[in-house]
Design a protein around this ligand. Structure first.
Ligand SMILES: NC(=O)c1ccc[n+]([C@@H]2O[C@H](COP(=O)([O-])OP(=O)(O)OC[C@H]3O[C@@H](n4cnc5c(N)ncnc54)[C@H](O)[C@@H]3O)[C@@H](O)[C@H]2O)c1
Length: 284
């Protein structure tokens, strides 16, 4: 099946980014959020995002206008019942996601594909409430979606090979590099990347190097676009701790234990860029 119409459920940071890349790939998009003011924010964000592409001459005004006519906004998932693919991007809670999929299971066509943008929750657990689990999988986009090239596809225990192939073709159309991961905590990218950030925080705590030197080590020795401590500040110290807690709970290996300094920073309200202070000071 070729994906032509997509519904995105949850129009926050990730949902609006996913909607934007689907639009620029020529697809029809229904954007659903239960919180109506969020739809206005998503609309403004998408228009701004498309405007930037016009300014950079990556898109014409006419193409932007065509994208906008292919978009609709709603608070009712029934308005996207005829979508070929539904991508859920609501909050990172199993019950909230299962609630969405329980309803979607009754709404969508039998041959529609359902996907979750979860960054940590098991795809097989979310999929347990779905009527056709072979048509369900994880589509883990990275933030900001229009910029980050990776699409991590997660194969649940019951996901069919055909579903994986359809989503690989969809990801390619979006201009993404697609990888496929087993349904295992952290999938591929966070299982490898998050412990590295954690190790950088521990190295800083032990006084192995200054924050600038630790960041420079990975930037200039390993060609990372930004240093790990600066990246924790961008991701959010609380988010990094939450990811490590999921990995530690699943694998029980001390390698995944959240760095104590991150927990102290959380207690002190030093969450990174969003709170103004993290490893670096963003208040000046
Ligand atoms: N933010 C990131 O960097 C990032 C990266 C990768 C994956 N993710 C994952 O993507 C998902 C969404 O994250 P986000 O950062 O965009 O969250 P967000 O808080 O920005 O947006 C979530 C949106 O979902 C809406 N919502 C809640 N319940 C709903 C429902 N039942 N129906 C419709 N809409 C509903 C909320 O009103 C909100 O607008 C999470 O699972 C998260 O783990 C986030």
């Amino acid at each position: 099946m070729e994906i032509k119409k997509v519904m995105v459920v949850g129009a926050g940071t990730m949902g609006s980014g996913i909607a934007q890349v689907c639009l620029t790939a020529g697809l029809n998009v229904v954007i659903c959020d239960t919180f109506a003011p969020q739809l206005d924010r998503a609309k403004a964000g998408i228009e701004k995002g498309l405007g930037k592409l016009v300014a950079k001459e990556k898109m014409t005004e006419a193409e932007k206008a065509a994208c906008l006519t292919r978009t609709s906004y709603t608070t009712d998932m029934a308005d996207g019942a005829d979508a070929d693919l539904v991508i859920e991007a609501v909050l990172e809670k199993l019950e909230a996601k299962q609630d969405v999929f329980r309803k979607l299971s009754d709404l969508v066509r039998e041959d529609a594909i359902l996907a979750s943008n979860t960054s940590t929750i098991s795809i097989s657990s979310i999929g347990s409430v779905i009527k056709n689990p072979e048509r369900f999988l994880g589509t883990h986009f990275f933030n900001p979606v229009p910029v980050m090239k990776l699409l991590e596809i997660i194969r649940g225990l019951r996901t069919s090979g055909e579903t994986i192939e359809t989503i690989k073709a969809f990801g390619k159309k979006l201009g993404k590099v697609c990888i496929v991961s087993k349904d295992s905590a952290g999938f591929i990218a966070n299982r490898i990347g998050s412990p590295m950030l954690n190790a950088a925080a521990n190295a800083y705590d032990l006084g192995i190097g200054s924050r600038e030197d630790i960041d420079a080590a990975m930037q200039f020795g390993w060609s990372h676009p930004m240093g790990p401590l600066a990246l924790i500040d961008l991701v959010g110290v609380d988010v990094q701790v939450a990811v490590m807690e999921v990995l530690y709970a699943e694998y029980g290996d001390p390698y995944y234990k959240p760095a104590p300094i991150l927990k102290r920073m959380m207690a002190a309200g030093m969450l990174g860029r969003k709170s103004g202070k993290g490893f670096y000071d963003y208040t000046k």
